[in-house]
Design a protein around this ligand. Sequence first.
Ligand SMILES: Cc1ncc(COP(=O)(O)O)c(C=O)c1O
Length: 421
Amino acid sequence: MTAPFEATIEFARVQDQADKLSSFKNHFHFPVHNGKPVIYFCGNSLGLQPKTVSEAIDVELQSWREIAVGGYFKGANPWLYYQEYLKASLAKMVGALENEVTVMNALTVNLHLLMLSFYKPKDKRTKIIMEAGAFPSDQYAVETLVKHHDLNPDEHIIELFPKDGKKTLETTDILSTIEANKDSLAMVLLGGINYYTGQFFDIPAITKATHNIGAIAAFDLAHVVGNIPLQLHDWNVDFAVWCSYKYLNAGPGAVGGVFVHEKHATNKDTPRLAGWWGNEEKERFKMEKGFIPKQNASGWNISTSQVFNSTALKASLAIFDEAGIETIRKKSIELTGYLEFLLNRLTNLDFEIITPSNPQERGAQLSLFFKEKGKQIHQAMLDNGIIVDYREPGVIRVAPAPLYCSFEDVYRFYEILTTIH
Ligand SMILES: Cc1ncc(COP(=O)(O)O)c(C=O)c1O
């Protein structure tokens, strides 16, 4: 597969024939519109259901039905260790050691828990840098965390704004803001990909600059994991959190993911709010006083493993293992590049692609900004069997997830868009 692209169905089909991942589409259930599978470009919001999920859930239902509490120890997948079954695949996906990842709770809860561990405002070092227009849940989490420490959010949260007339941030501006606040900065928290613009930040450069001035580098990777390969361990990121219902295809309310760098995870003195599931396994059932944290990211687990929130993730990660995140990314760059090429040919719709055009600064998603009629156009897409989402103000997010979207889907999407006014 190579650019230059062509705006024909034949070209799209040739790309699909050459695509090593083309058969992976068959692993997923597609909603139907007017008797035909929809064009589903909404994996940035909720990934499609892998066909293996229902059987995987049936296995756990069977354990519960037939051996009840025995399922913790003797089920097909003993529930006591359910989190462990996910670690190898997740570690590969985010470039971590297995002892640096765990699953628990949901994304914003994990963001709170990890920030409680790592944001320790002291003397002059009290400030947090984040993107202006970060996902609202992250904004609320940071605002209330700062207030929790009796600090004023207006003074202690530094928001990064794009330059006048721009929609995305320059890495150099992020780095210079870190440097400018070198004596007062406690933490940098960025979305790895901004949910609205689709911009992918330079995580290694930001982490390095943050560490150079002695602060903590943290990332919300909701829009990155399963979309772009990462090297969180080597990049020395302090902690990261993500959800599993977007590109990871683990279903609504699926268990959240956490990375804690080994240098913190193996330190039992790293502060945290604890529960029995984070306690040393051998000691857990002694029911004794005194928390002894596991010497890994699971030392942040609090409650009993959420089996039914994790089962779809386990099934889905098996598909990622088979496909390989590097192969997925390679296809994604081509697929989203093709989408961009076709969108740039449209003359009947007035919009701007605000996602960076450099493939290294984006994942699968392109954000189309409509000054006018964005909602109307979004509705027209839905009416035509295209599933994408709309975010105020004015953005339609279009994300062809490479595991289940084809070049032909992208071409069909374009063809339908030529008919919308
Ligand atoms: C970037 C980002 N952060 C946080 C959240 C909130 O996640 P949750 O509701 O799982 O806490 C989302 C949800 O879409 C998100 O996209």
